[in-house]
Design a binder for this molecule. Structure first.
Ligand SMILES: Nc1nc2c(ncn2[C@@H]2O[C@H](COP(=O)(O)OP(=O)(O)OP(=O)(O)O)[C@@H](O)[C@H]2O)c(=O)[nH]1
Ligand SMILES: [Mg+2]
Length: 216
């Protein structure tokens, strides 16, 4: 019985997510759902992306947090449209929350919508939002064993960004073991290694994003 209730919730969520995606398509907006554990660097990567692309691409951001407007305030300083969703305790964004945020954005004037999900390596992977792509960040200090412990996030994400590679001299992180684990779960995943602190690897990430925008 419990399973049936959960199924109903997910079905209802999927319907709203599909509606969100149709609205985004109508306005020719590419939307990316960015997920990671707290502090892996989602906001930092969004800021780096805005910094590199804002002269060529019209970007907007939806910020998901349990509480506060800290991340939205940082994004807003860059002069891009941003909506903060406070989930009030929920550990993920759902399609209904994103639908409400879309109502507040000038969709006709946007090319790229970056949706920062609530920091959590589990629940966000289970809920569609309407975004065209799911991506995740794993920061180096979290460890190379995370694909084994949190497989759904790695299975669901089309793009996996390893952030904080500037920490490499101070940590043990076995890239070949990590890549093997990811390949086993999600052989088609696109992998990037970046540092939002030094800027290393950000160019490759941004080039991929631009090619996705051109391909639409
Ligand atoms: N050394 C280093 N620090 C980083 C890097 N990226 C982010 N940080 C730092 O990591 C901390 C968390 O970064 P955020 O971008 O706020 O992480 P987040 O995933 O948005 O965090 P939540 O929104 O709280 O889940 C900050 O102190 C950043 O300056 C990086 O590549 N290298
Ligand atoms: Mg953040």
């Amino acid at each position: 019985m419990k399973i049936k209730v959960l199924q109903n919730i997910l079905d209802a969520n999927d319907q709203i997510a599909n509606r969100n995606q149709r609205l985004l398509d109508k306005n020719k907006v590419l939307a990316i759902n960015i997920m990671s554990s707290p502090g892996a660097g989602k906001t930092s990567l969004i800021l780096q992306t805005i910094n590199r692309l804002k002269d060529r691409v019209r970007i907007a951001v939806i910020e998901g947090d349990i509480a506060s407007t800290i991340d939205a305030d940082r994004i807003s300083e860059e002069g891009v449209s941003v909506v903060q969703i406070n989930t009030g305790g929920a550990c993920h964004l759902d399609a209904n929350m994103v639908s409400n945020a879309l109502d507040s954005l000038p969709l006709g004037d946007i090319d790229l919508l970056l949706i920062e999900n609530v920091g959590n390596l589990v629940c966000p992977a289970e809920f569609k939002t309407g975004a065209h792509k799911k991506m995740m960040l794993l920061s180096l200090p979290e460890g190379d064993d995370k694909p084994y412990k949190y497989p759904l996030m790695f299975t669901e994400s089309e793009v996996i960004v390893i952030n904080k590679i500037d920490f490499l001299p101070f940590l043990e992180f076995d890239f070949s073991a990590f890549n093997r684990a990811v390949t086993g779960l999600n052989p088609k995943a696109k992998l990037f290694q970046v540092s939002c602190k030094t800027g290393e690897g950000i160019g490759e990430w941004v080039s991929w994003l631009e090619s996705e925008l051109r391909g639409r």
